[in-house]
Every structure is written in structure tokens, then in C-alpha cells.
Design a protein around this ligand. Structure first.
Ligand SMILES: C[S@@+](CC[C@H](N)C(=O)[O-])C[C@H]1O[C@@H](n2cnc3c(N)ncnc32)[C@H](O)[C@@H]1O
Length: 215
């Protein structure tokens, strides 16, 4: 499977799982901690939310932001997110593939929830370059993620970043799931020119907050 085919299958999984997405949420500790960390970060001003999904975080972002642009490759996810924010005029949804998309403006904050672990490692640098291009000078970034992978998902072995996810009806898809360790991720981001603090929670979740190194 080529890299592009895998990314298309991953996007296809999320289109198909949209209606049942919340039923797949991890019933594990730490979720409240990332939510509290996001409030403490205060994503004020104009916020870009990448891979917004069904709007899991959009409402929380709107508690702080003056406006949110939310991008996702799944129209099904955007429909749910749009219904969730209930026509709030401060939100603009954009249907786009993040591996092709370029911003048409810059933002005070870029946020992504449970997206970074789905970016193939060979695209990590170009993804963070995109994040840089989306930020105003002095702009900030916040992300939430987890490294949770079940034994059943590891169909290509524990060393592979490719795992198998299933819909409730059993249909299988391959997706990328990189099991970052917070300290290691923090170092990788430092090598890419970012000063980001990556903090573990009491569960499988972690969050990162920071900005580009000043040049
Ligand atoms: C794990 S979900 C995260 C959704 C939401 N941010 C959350 O925290 O619940 C990943 C999201 O990435 C989106 N996605 C997958 N591939 C994408 C791509 N190539 N470009 C943009 N979004 C993509 C999916 O549609 C899905 O909404």
C-alpha cells in the first residue's frame, strides 16, 4: 500500500465512522486533564482547528476564541460538528485534505485534537511546516492526543505505525497511529524548531502547548 492509499483509507475510515464516532471514545482517565489544560492555555483570538471531526473540541474553543476555522476531510464529520455548534456564526467549516490544503490567512492559535498521531512520521516535518504557515508571528499551538493501541489493532506488528480499526459492523480499515511518548515528541518538535511542552496525563492522553522558537 502506498502512502497516499493509506491516507485515503484513513480518511475513508473517518467518513464511515462519523455517525458512530463517539461510541469509540476511549473510556480511560485523563480526558478531563487535557480539557482543563486547554482552558488554562486560553485559545483566544482567531483559532484554526485542524481535523475537527464531529466538533469534539470546537465548542470548548469557542469559549475563548473570537472565531474558529475548522478543517476536516470528512463532510460527514463536518455535518455533525456544524449541528453541534448550532449555527454559531463565529465558525467557518472547510472541507479539505490536510495533506494538500494551504491556509488562506493566518491565525493566533492552531489547535488539533487526536490528529498528530494520525500523521505519518515521514510527513511530520511538512505537517509542522504547515502549522507554521498558519500562524501569525507570535502565534501559539495546542494539541491533544493519545498513544493508545490495542493488541488486536497491531495487524502489522508493534513496530509498525499502521493499525487496523473497525466499524461496529466489523468493516476493517488501516489507519496511521503513531504511539508517541510525550518526552520523545517534545524533543522531535524541538528539532523541528518548536518550543512545545508535551505533558502526559494520568491516562493514555497527552497534550502539547507552545510556539515556534524565536529566530
Ligand atoms: C481521530 S479523529 C479526531 C477528530 C476530533 N479532532 C477529535 O478530537 O475527536 C481524526 C479526524 O481527522 C480527519 N481526517 C482524516 N484524514 C484527514 C485528512 N487527510 N485531512 C483532513 N482531515 C482528515 C477525520 O475525518 C477525523 O475527523
Amino acid at each position: 500500500m502506498t502512502g497516499r492509499e493509506l491516507l485515503d483509507e484513513q480518511a475513508g475510515f473517518y467518513r464511515a465512522v462519523a455517525a458512530e464516532y463517539d461510541d469509540h471514545a476511549l473510556p480511560l482517565p485523563g480526558g478531563d486533564e487535557v480539557s482543563a489544560a486547554l482552558d488554562a492555555f486560553r485559545p483566544t483570538g482567531s483559532v484554526l482547528e485542524l481535523a475537527c471531526g464531529p466538533g469534539t473540541w470546537t465548542g470548548q474553543l469557542l469559549r475563548h476564541a473570537t472565531e474558529v476555522t475548522a478543517v476536516d476531510a470528512s463532510a460527514e464529520m463536518i455535518d455533525i460538528a456544524s449541528a453541534r455548534v448550532g449555527g454559531d456564526q463565529r465558525v467557518r467549516f472547510v472541507l479539505a485534505d490536510l495533506f494538500d490544503w494551504r491556509p488562506d490567512r493566518r491565525y493566533d492559535v492552531v489547535f488539533f485534537g487526536f490528529w498528530l498521531s494520525h500523521v505519518p512520521p515521514e510527513r511530520l516535518a511538512s505537517f509542522w511546516s504547515l502549522v507554521a504557515d498558519c500562524l501569525r508571528p507570535g502565534g501559539r499551538v495546542f494539541f491533544v492526543d493519545d498513544g493508545h493501541r490495542t493488541v488486536e489493532e497491531l495487524v502489522e506488528g508493534a513496530d509498525s505505525v499502521v493499525v487496523q480499526r473497525r466499524l461496529k459492523d466489523g468493516t476493517a480499515y488501516r489507519v496511521v497511529k503513531v504511539p508517541y511518548q510525550p518526552a520523545d515528541l517534545e524533543q522531535r518538535l524541538a528539532r523541528l524548531g518548536w518550543r512545545v511542552e508535551v505533558r502526559a496525563t494520568s491516562g493514555p492522553f497527552y497534550w502539547g502547548a507552545g510556539a515556534r522558537e524565536a529566530f
